[in-house]
Design a protein around this ligand. Structure first.
Ligand code: ACO
Length: 309
């Protein structure tokens, strides 16, 4: 019997062939990719805000220039990702309009405030650490443009993570007050970072199908487990303690057991009621409105040039 288009598509996926923009794809595959890639792009852009908050207060010129470079990298990641979503037929104006109207999701993590310099350490060490774990497998995601964007993004994220760890290490080797600041930041960032991986597998509506299409290469719970296994020893190395009494090595499963995430808090934040949701969105809307004259000037300039030839 002849295979349907959908069966042929799945065969290509199963053979680990990349899907390219002009290839046939099921509408639901296109839709789920636009959803994930645009949410990912928004996360990169909104993610500039908590760190941007410390650029003027970085403790030295060196720290300031590193942080500036890192925040600029995040802007670049957002732009590659919007471009990747455009190859699927999404329009950038529409994606941004959805973000600004509060209709689009972005990562819950960026709705938490950065209260001390140690928070910048934690964002690099934990948040970018979680981002890398999630994104390295996405370098092998089935959609070509998304996979290729992830290669460069992951290289830059690795640098971000090292700089975050190095901030933590410097604080932990410093005065008792600095070490206390590092521990206090870890206490606030630990659980929200575990939430970045998304709901538990049995409560994740998209995981099963995204795994079948090889958009996702690991489930939310698999990545969360890898993260805990990687980070608990790093915290110990720093002389810090993760704020979870249940985090204990389990020799049988060769991984750490750990406590339950507060899923009520997670959904509150995802649904717009976190500490900073309102401020983050307002900052993006203001930036868009205040940048209108730049877009208009660029357009006028392009028209003039086009008229000249
Ligand atoms: N914050 C906000 N929303 C979330 C989060 C989170 N941490 N986790 C899951 N959700 C949303 C999903 O987007 C989905 O929403 P939707 O169906 O309304 O679009 C819903 O909760 C249910 O979750 P899942 O079914 O598990 O969704 P999905 O299969 O898309 O998995 C995940 C979520 C793991 C975040 C996936 O989309 C992914 O890997 N995305 C790419 C990486 C990414 O976006 N990283 C952003 C943070 S890292 C950074 O920017 C530095």
């Amino acid at each position: 019997a002849e295979l349907t288009q959908e069966e042929l598509f799945q065969q290509r996926i199963d053979a680990d062939q990349r899907i390219e923009p002009k290839d046939w794809m099921p509408e639901a595959y296109r839709k789920t990719l636009i959803r994930q890639i645009s949410q990912h792009a928004h996360s990169e852009i909104v993610g500039m805000l908590p760190e941007g908050n410390w650029i003027t207060r970085a403790p030295s010129l060196k720290r300031k220039s590193i942080l500036l470079a890192k925040v600029q990298d995040e802007a670049g990641h957002g732009l590659y990702l919007y471009s990747a979503a455009e190859t699927l037929g999404a329009s950038r104006d529409q994606m941004l309009a959805d973000l600004h109207a509060g209709k689009a999701k972005y990562s819950s993590i960026f709705n938490y405030p950065t209260l001390s310099w140690a928070d910048i350490g934690c964002v690099g060490w934990l948040v970018d650490g979680a981002a890398i774990l999630n994104q390295v497998p996405l370098c092998r995601t089935s959609y070509g443009p998304y996979a290729r964007a992830m290669v460069r993004v992951c290289k830059e994220e690795s640098f971000h993570q090292r700089q975050g760890f190095e901030i933590m290490q410097t604080l932990c080797e410093g005065a008792p007050e600095q070490k206390a600041m590092a521990q206090e930041a870890l206490n606030r960032w630990w659980w929200p970072t575990l939430m970045m991986f998304g709901p538990k597998d049995d409560e994740s509506p998209n995981t099963a199908r995204s795994m079948q299409w090889r958009i996702k290469r690991f489930t939310n719970d698999e990545l969360r487990q890898k993260f805990v296994d990687m980070m608990v020893p790093q915290a110990e190395f720093l002389g810090l303690t993760v704020p979870d009494a249940k985090a204990k090595w389990n020799e049988t499963k060769k991984g750490y057991d750990f406590g339950d995430v507060n899923w009520e808090e997670f959904w509150q934040v995802v649904n717009g009621n976190g500490l900073c949701n309102h401020d983050r969105l307002q900052a993006r809307v203001d930036a868009w409105e205040e940048g209108a004259w730049v877009r208009e000037a660029a357009l006028a300039h392009a028209k003039k040039r086009a008229a000249r030839v």
